[in-house]
Design a protein around this ligand. Structure first.
Ligand code: ZN
Length: 313
């Protein structure tokens, strides 16, 4: 059979058991494992290859360790929010993916450009080869064996400099001005963002990033993952106890991205058992939160890059 997403024929197969309903569990060597519904298949049938979607699914498998579930609803949302990476971001992404699939430092990874090109969000094996060569040229990957026809070495491993670069990147560019804000988007909480969190972050030289309400599903999608990874730290206000807020904070925490927790005082008792151990800024009203948050950021991180740029530093 052919993969519904990327069109790859070789090495694609349905697993023995249908998942139930009209869903199938598909294993593709390029996309990884995914579950797909009949309506999602019909949506995809009209178009050709979806290599960005393939890259997203492969990443989902690597990061999440489980199949993505595609129905007509989730498919449309994912496609709307697929990230666009720059040339240098694709190299960082490839390095991070290779680090993630290394079983141990020094593990030899056999690259198959046709299949593995999505690890770099590349559109062709040639583009993929370019990023591999770039990482080798920068001393971050070490090649083993002879080059193949398109110049891509079949086996590589991360050099010590590669691990160092990966660890630096994965703990967030220290120069990033972005602060990811995870919070409820109810009508009651909107003024809390506008009057407290946003001005507090901006006043100290950082740029708040909040996912728009209509893009915000009850799970982390590729866009959210990309934005959290780019952030210097995140502010997680757990007032109203939304699962998505805990998910985003947990994801950042796992990447060693600092999380500033906050909660309105009347909900302090409702904070999730697993995160109660962390210090929370407890606030009464937006003005109170704004002042406390600003002081906390100032004390913990100091002024952000925007402030430094303005001063010419
Ligand atoms: Zn595929």
């Amino acid at each position: 059979m052919k993969c519904y997403i990327c069109g790859l024929e070789e090495g694609t197969n349905l697993l023995e058991e249908p998942v139930g309903g009209d869903k199938e569990l598909v294993h593709c060597r390029r996309c990884g494992d995914y579950e797909i519904s009949g309506t999602a298949k019909a949506q995809l049938a009209h178009t050709g290859q979806h290599l960005d979607l393939s890259a997203y699914l492969r990443d989902w498998n690597i990061v999440g360790g489980r199949p993505a579930i595609l129905d007509s609803n989730s498919l449309a949302k994912i496609c709307q929010n697929l990230p666009k990476y720059s040339v240098s971001e694709k190299q960082s992404y490839l390095l991070a993916s290779l680090a993630a699939i290394s079983k141990y430092p020094g593990d030899h990874i056999r690259l198959e450009p046709e299949v593995d090109m999505v690890l770099a969000w590349a559109k062709s094996s040639q583009e993929f080869g370019y990023y591999v060569d770039a990482l080798i040229g920068r001393g971050l990957l070490t090649p083993i064996g002879s080059k193949t026809y398109d110049g891509t070495p079949p086996i590589v491993f991360l050099s010590p400099a590669g691990w160092e670069a990966f660890e630096k990147n994965s703990t967030v560019p220290e120069k990033s001005a972005q602060v990811f804000v995870a919070m409820s988007f109810s009508g009651l909480m909107l003024p809390v963002f506008a009057e407290a969190i946003k001005p507090a972050i901006e006043s100290i030289g950082y740029r708040p990033y909040r996912v728009d309400h209509d893009l915000h599903l009850d799970r982390i999608d590729a866009k959210i993952i990309a934005e959290i990874r780019k952030s210097r730290f995140i502010v997680a206000d757990v007032t109203e106890q939304k699962a998505g807020v805990y998910f985003e904070a947990g994801y950042a925490h796992g990447l060693d991205i600092p999380v500033i927790w906050s909660v309105r005082s009347d909900e302090l008792d409702r904070v999730h058992f697993d995160t109660r151990q962390f210090y929370h800024i407890v606030w009464e009203n937006p003005a109170d939160l704004s002042e406390k948050l600003r002081n906390f950021i100032d004390g913990f991180f100091g002024y952000g890059p925007k402030y430094k740029t303005r001063d010419g530093a």
